[in-house]
Design a protein around this ligand. Structure first.
Ligand code: PLP
Length: 430
């Protein structure tokens, strides 16, 4: 048995795309066409972004080969001295960036991070109060088809019909009535800020753990563009690949008092070996978030999303809750007579990637919906500004109102490609 020589034996440290192309042209072709898709179309899915080449390189690195069950200095396998460094650096960066007492970088995803939170603080059958799914809550906040809905007694709070903002009076009433073990704040489709101070007070009143699922907005917190939940919450879980712009994965921050419970819940509670290549990517992304340019980025993301929402409103659509204070906007498109499902399809044909989304008190089913969700994280990374957002709003409304006319859709698609070409994603080296 001999180990095949690597292409760069002297200095092999990362992905070799040429080797992939030679060995498996079928898969390599998909990787190339996906890059072309990301380059030539508009990425408005609110949970997506373009991570840096440094983060991509970490994810494709040989760190992927290492098993490292346990935590730095306390592993169940030998040979962890190098990967220990990466995880320790990442933990320190997370604590510093967010002012957190404890950080766990091992969750494989946002949903996995949430499994660990339930495991750390609740037992099957316990009551947890979380944002209602039709009002923007996540699957892991109690969907019937998800472990959360199957194993826990989830009570849901929602937004008020009048202003589509979280109804904190209802939240408090439900907390007093049901005495939940945990109260979860955070959502996948809530465009406004959350009043963490108010939630903390309610948690204290009923003795509940304050859990913030910050998956969507943690990048804006990292860039100091919106208030942080970290000083208030017992535990904050999130994804690292949304506005935060890191690798696909999850992370948990907590008070020191909960550190052991969180670490035990992640491993051995619900995962085996951590993905060390992803943890290296998380460490790199956290470093990027500390830069001034990232702070500028986070502010621009919000400005852009506000411009995009305003553009859509100026063209006759309605922004849920009157607009956005974050990177995402929820748009009620009923005035067009087109459903969310059809709008999603029409925009797709015009080279615009976004998603249909239920609006609060939606008369349509979740598979059809009356709304779309748009986000500005990816286009802002590309370097687009408010002028481009106005243009994008016009593309979206033209596509929705195209009546599925192929010529009209093709024309928008070429205009979209023209715009994208001005803001190249992963540009070719000159
Ligand atoms: C995206 C998201 C998650 C899940 O993240 P995955 O990495 O897709 O598992 C969890 N909670 C909220 C609020 C989210 O927006």
């Amino acid at each position: 048995m001999s180990i095949q020589p690597l292409n760069r034996p002297e200095k092999y440290y990362g992905p070799d795309f040429n080797a992939m192309e030679k060995q498996d042209p079928e898969i390599a072709a998909v990787v190339i066409s996906e890059l072309e898709r990301q380059r030539n179309k508009l990425q408005l899915i609110a949970s997506e972004n373009f991570t840096s080449s440094a983060v991509l390189a970490a994810m494709g690195s040989t760190l992927s080969n290492k098993y490292a069950e346990g935590y730095p200095g306390k592993r169940y396998y030998g040979g962890c001295e190098e990967v220990d460094k990466v995880e320790a650096i990442g933990i320190e960066r997370a604590k510093k960036l967010f002012g957190a007492e404890h950080a766990n970088l091992q969750p494989h995803s946002g949903a996995s991070a949430n499994v660990a939170v339930y495991l750390a603080f609740a037992k099957p059958g316990d009551t947890v109060l979380a944002m209602s799914l039709p009002h923007g809550g996540h699957l892991t906040h109690g969907a019937k088809v998800n472990f959360s809905g199957k194993w826990f007694n989830i009570v849901s709070y929602g937004v008020r019909q009048s202003d589509e903002l979280i109804d904190y009076d209802q939240l408090r009433d439900l907390a007093l009535e049901h005495k939940p073990k945990m109260i979860c704040s955070g959502a996948t489709a809530y465009p406004s800020l959350i009043d963490f101070e108010k939630v903390r007070k309610i948690c204290d009143e009923v003795g509940a753990i304050m859990w913030v699922d910050a998956a969507h907005f943690i990048g804006l917190v990292a860039g100091k563009a919106i208030p942080s939940p970290v000083p208030y919450a017992d535990v904050v879980s999130f994804t690292t690949h949304k506005v935060l712009r890191g690798p696909r994965g999850g992370m948990i921050l907590s008070k020191a008092a909960h550190a052991a419970a969180i670490d035990k819940a992640v491993f051995p509670g619900m995962q085996g070996g951590p993905i060390m290549s992803a943890i290296a990517g998380k460490a790199i992304a956290l470093q990027e978030c500390m830069s001034d340019s990232y702070k500028t980025y986070a502010k621009q993301v919000i400005e852009n999303c506000q411009a995009l929402a305003k553009g859509l409103v100026d063209l006759g659509l309605r922004a849920v809750s009157g607009g956005t204070q974050t990177h995402l906007a929820l748009i009620d498109i009923r005035s067009t007579g087109v459903t969310g499902k059809v709008a999603d399809e029409l925009c797709g044909l015009a080279g615009i990637s976004l998603n249909k989304n239920a609006i609060p008190f939606d008369p349509q089913t979740p598979a059809v919906t009356s709304g779309i969700r748009v986000g500005s994280a990816a286009t802002t990374t590309q370097g687009m500004g408010t002028a481009q957002m106005k243009q994008i709003a016009e593309f979206i409304v033209s596509a929705i109102k195209s009546g599925a006319d192929q010529d009209k859709l093709a024309k928008i698609k070429s205009q979209v490609a023209e715009l994208c070409a001005k803001f190249p994603v992963y540009p070719e080296p000159k």
